[in-house]
Design a protein around this ligand. Sequence first.
Ligand SMILES: [Zn+2]
Length: 463
Amino acid sequence: MAKLFSGLIENCYDSHVHWLGTGQFASRIRLHELRNPERDLPLLSISPTQKNRPWLVGFGWDQNLFMDDDSAGAANKKFPTHETLDRYFADKPVYFLRIDGHAAWVNRRALELAGLWRKNPEVPAGGAILLKADGYPTGVVLDHALQLFEKLLPKASAIQVKADLLEAQNIFLRAGFTHIRDMSCDDLQWAAACELEAQGQLNLAVEQFFSADDPITFDEQLRKAVAHRAERAHTPQALLQVAGVKVYLDGALGSEGAWLSQAYQTSQSSALANAANFGLQLLTPEALQDFIEKAWLKEMPIAIHTIGDEAAHCAVTSALKIREQKGLNGVLHLEHAELLRPETIALMPRLKVTCHMQPCHFLSDRRWLKEKLGPLARHAFQWRALEQSSVNIAMGSDSPIEPPSLQRNIDAVALAADEGLLAPQTSISKCHAHPNHQWAPKTRTRFEDGAAAEVWFRGDKII
Ligand SMILES: [Zn+2]
């Protein structure tokens, strides 16, 4: 294991978080300890408040941790099904998000409410609805199909959003992070966060990305980002800053939605079992190029969620095309960039690009990377190759997918090095320092034995 970190970090920065999601995390049913759904579902801890809501909403299951209940406790690793949920929750709709937030496990009631309880239901572009042999849904849906359920969930009130943002602020500060880059802003959150800042309750410097979770909303999100950036143009010291727009180009590896150049070696869907699965491509190159051009015309940075190697390659070649054909050279952020082929990295120095990596994902993904990806696994976590090509790297947690933690990233890079993935030469603590020292000056965190011991924010000691 790596040494526990002790030392000072100025402007300690988590470069990829979901701020509101981190706060909401506490109000959702925790599924992280599910090992055998049949056995464990009745034992879930569900509070009276959670039980009284119109939907049961949970977060954190991972089929890679499932075990059969035979004496050997053999690995199961199969996606769960609606039948298991129906046995315990027949009347109330259930929406259980996978640990990566890219897959949901739902019961029959939820499928009925979403209009999906039928043979071969229509699949939204960029999504997947896994089907049984009889053509009915298994109860697991991926990526853009999640929105069919999200839109049915009760909307959070402005008061609740503010409470959740403050809850998350405490989580980040206790972990030592004073600067965050938040990837999922929308209008409601922006208004709530502005109120917190005006009331002096904000003790975090926040870079906000307006997220077009559904690509149809891209123009709208870009327009909002541009308008809110203009409002803040005269207050460079403000703690909330618009930093860009975000789009999704693929899903995630754990749910086999990350877009790969070679098919997954494993398969989770019986309907897909006979077809090679390359993951999900959520945008055509033409649509992506259109988004990049529109953002750069407004001098707005664009962040692209890319986990698979083919997604990253498509993002980089699309940006290069806009640069070469339109003469624009804006800021590009690649989110996660977990799999990168050498030819993709070779193109990056021609762009103003930063890769936002979360080493902590290695701690869980290492268990199945080779099994799922085969030869593609050698392209995972290319921090050293990026550094050698002088590509900017920033590091973070993807909270609430992983807890915000400097030490976990240090441990992950060290463990990866033990398994043959060269560590970057830059220290991991440097990859966690926000470069702009004029923004929230006199802010620093003192770590002792891996934990945040003291935090100063704009000169005040707050922890
Ligand atoms: Zn994320």
